[in-house]
Design a protein around this ligand. Structure first.
Ligand code: ZN
Length: 152
């Protein structure tokens, strides 16, 4: 799976790519050194800044043209031919990009709403920020949106 660094205008795109299982570092306020460091790690820079072409000699750069995060996602997926829908969907924390660990249901009893505890079987936790995730209506609607965005 390709790894990315997204710059400040692309927070929503970064989240969508994380839904798909991509490793995306989102830099809200990045210095040139930080961006360069991420490029050198082999990450592709996603940016709306047209002048970022000057980074091209230093690594991979993808200039995002659209304003709408959904269209941006489509452009990136098509443009870079990401093998997404077969990929590890919902395997990363949407807030901090950390891979999720599977946790036993009884371990999260105190942390999730009672209704969720009663109705869900599978839970995952971000080992970095501690956020708990479960499939359910949210994941279902995101999957649906993804199919819409990425159709054909
Ligand atoms: Zn997290």
């Amino acid at each position: 799976m390709q790894r990315f660094v997204a710059d400040r205008m692309l927070g929503k795109l970064a989240r969508w790519l994380r839904v798909l299982g991509c490793d995306v570092v989102y830099l809200k306020r990045a210095t040139e050194e930080e961006i360069l460091e991420k490029l050198q790690e082999g990450r592709t820079l996603l940016t709306r800044n047209r002048r970022a072409r000057s980074w091209l000699g230093k690594g991979k750069v993808f200039i995002v043209r659209d304003n709408d995060p959904r269209m941006q996602l489509r452009d990136v997926v098509k443009g870079l031919r990401l093998p997404v829908l077969d990929g590890p969907i919902f395997s990363r924390c949407l807030s901090c990009n950390h891979p999720l660990d599977e946790v036993r249901r009884d371990e999260v009893r105190e942390e999730v709403p009672e209704y969720i505890y009663q109705t869900q079987e599978e839970f995952h936790r971000c080992s970095d920020c501690g956020k708990v995730y479960w499939p359910g209506s949210h994941a279902k609607s995101m999957r649906q949106q993804l199919r819409e965005i990425l159709k054909d």
